[in-house]
Ligand binder design. Structure first.
Ligand SMILES: *Cc1c(COP(=O)(O)O)cnc(C)c1O
Length: 436
């Protein structure tokens, strides 16, 4: 179907090249509906695969531990300036290797081991790094959990305030991997201020919606904001941290420390956690930030949200339950608590039909995390391919057919797989389109 996209690799390592071509074929004929996945554009991929892969430059612009970094300094400063301007932040660090290390750096800049941190447990829709027990964050810090109400699927801000007043955490994390609603950062900020906690927003999933103006921007309300760049932002696999320059609780929590918040974040990333920054990836991030500042990206973010809404409406019409009854953002979570089948049953069946997604706990889930009662579906990648409301209507119909044929799937899954391959042929995946 495609030309050899990796001619050098095919010569040096045909075994691996064949695997990559197989992955291309798979992704070109299926629907990528994992909400954290997307398609990076050519320009981003070129920067990622550039000569900067080879450069060592431990330190920060104009303060490196290696020579020959004049141009690299310009590149990192460009990425920093673009990140700050995109989100209206006072300070940006673009060196974290990914989202989890960015979060780890935020912790180390704000809290000593053993501090209480408020975050959503993984089953409630939080990320591993928000204090979950199998992660460093749950081992080094004490998680004070909060999460959506099992009945409504929505966050209850009065309840969050009550927990914060009772537990007095050092950090309150706001951010999620499977919460389909707007997050009220202003309300979180009031709660954090009341208990003198740092407020940290993790916008890994929703950064593109924020840039597009369809989700509020947490930067004005938060001490620190962490993010990935490879999800909705369509950048390279990496993380970045935005923050205020001054620490409003310096005298309370860090009276002996001479560094302001921005400097503590920087020190915490390097040399605290990491060695040399991945300059090829930082260059690609700069490209993604530039792209994200365009009108085209704004339109993209708005369409992501419209597509998710349309998919939600069509599934609700067909009698499906959705966590929180719908969506404000880029994802929906199907709720199968009242059905005889599990989230895992549906996710596996959908994959056989060509819809790639994941099973997920829902608020109030009584099934085990290894099977769950939910399925999480997102629209960022499909929207990058150019799909719109009409395609969402088809997808809702396919999901419904799969759910109704779980016990006799073969024929249905085979037919839908073909229909999806035909649809995908009309929407070639960005970063692969045409011949280079
Ligand atoms: C994806 C994600 C992360 C972590 O990103 P990685 O790059 O996978 O380490 C952190 N927080 C949230 C909310 C995420 O969705």
């Amino acid at each position: 179907m495609f030309a050899d996209r990796y001619p050098h690799l095919s010569k040096v390592d045909p075994e691996l090249a064949a695997m990559l071509h197989k992955q291309i074929r798979m992704e070109s004929a299926t629907l990528k509906m994992i909400p954290s996945e997307n398609f990076a554009q050519f320009a981003v991929l070129e920067a990622t695969g550039s000569i900067l892969t080879n450069k060592y430059c431990e330190g920060y612009p104009r303060a490196r531990y290696y020579e020959g970094n004049e141009i690299v300094d310009e590149i990192e400063l460009l990425a920093i300036e673009r990140a700050k301007s995109l989100f209206g932040a006072e300070h940006a660090n673009v060196q974290p290797y990914s989202g989890s290390p960015a979060n780890q750096a935020a912790y180390r800049a704000l809290a000593e081991h053993g501090c209480k941190v408020m975050g959503m447990p993984v089953p409630a829709g939080g990320h591993l790094t928000h204090g979950w027990r199998v992660n460093f964050s749950g081992m080094d810090y004490v998680q004070v959990p909060y999460g959506p109400d099992p009945a409504t699927g929505m966050l209850n801000y009065d309840q969050i305030r009550e927990i914060a007043r009772r537990e007095r955490p050092r950090i309150i994390w706001v951010g999620a991997t499977s919460y389909p609603r707007i997050l009220d950062y202003q309300r979180f900020a009031e709660i954090a201020a009341e208990v003198e906690a740092y407020l940290v927003a993790d916008i890994a999933h929703i950064n593109g919606l924020i840039v597009a103006g369809v989700h509020p921007n947490p930067v004005p309300y938060c001490d620190v904001v962490t993010s990935t760049s490879h999800k909705m932002l369509r950048g390279p696999r990496a993380g970045f941290i935005l923050s205020k320059i001054e620490d409003r609780y310096h005298h309370k929590y860090f009276p002996e420390n001479k560094l302001n918040l921005a400097k503590r974040i920087d020190r915490s990333v390097f040399p605290g956690l990491q060695g040399g920054p991945h300059m090829n990836v930082i260059a690609a991030m700069a490209v993604a930030f530039k792209e994200a500042a365009t009108e085209e990206f704004r339109a993209y973010g708005q369409q992501v949200q419209r597509n998710a809404r349309r998919l939600a409406e069509r599934l609700l019409e067909r009698g499906y339950r959705l966590v929180s009854g719908g969506t404000d953002n880029h994802l929906i979570v199907l709720d199968f608590r009242d059905r005889p089948f599990t989230g895992k049953d549906v996710a596996e069946a959908l994959a056989r039909a060509g819809i790639i997604c994941n099973f997920n706990m829902v608020p109030g889930d009584t099934r085990k995390p290894s099977v769950t009662s939910g399925v999480r579906l997102g629209t960022p990648a499909l929207t990058s391919m150019g799909m719109r409301e009409a395609e969402m209507d088809l997808i809702a119909q396919w999901i419904d057919e799969v759910c109704r044929h779980l016990d006799d799937l073969d024929e249905t899954a085979g037919r839908i797989r073909g229909e999806i391959a035909d649809l995908c042929a009309q929407f070639p995946i960005p970063g692969l389109r045409g011949d280079r």
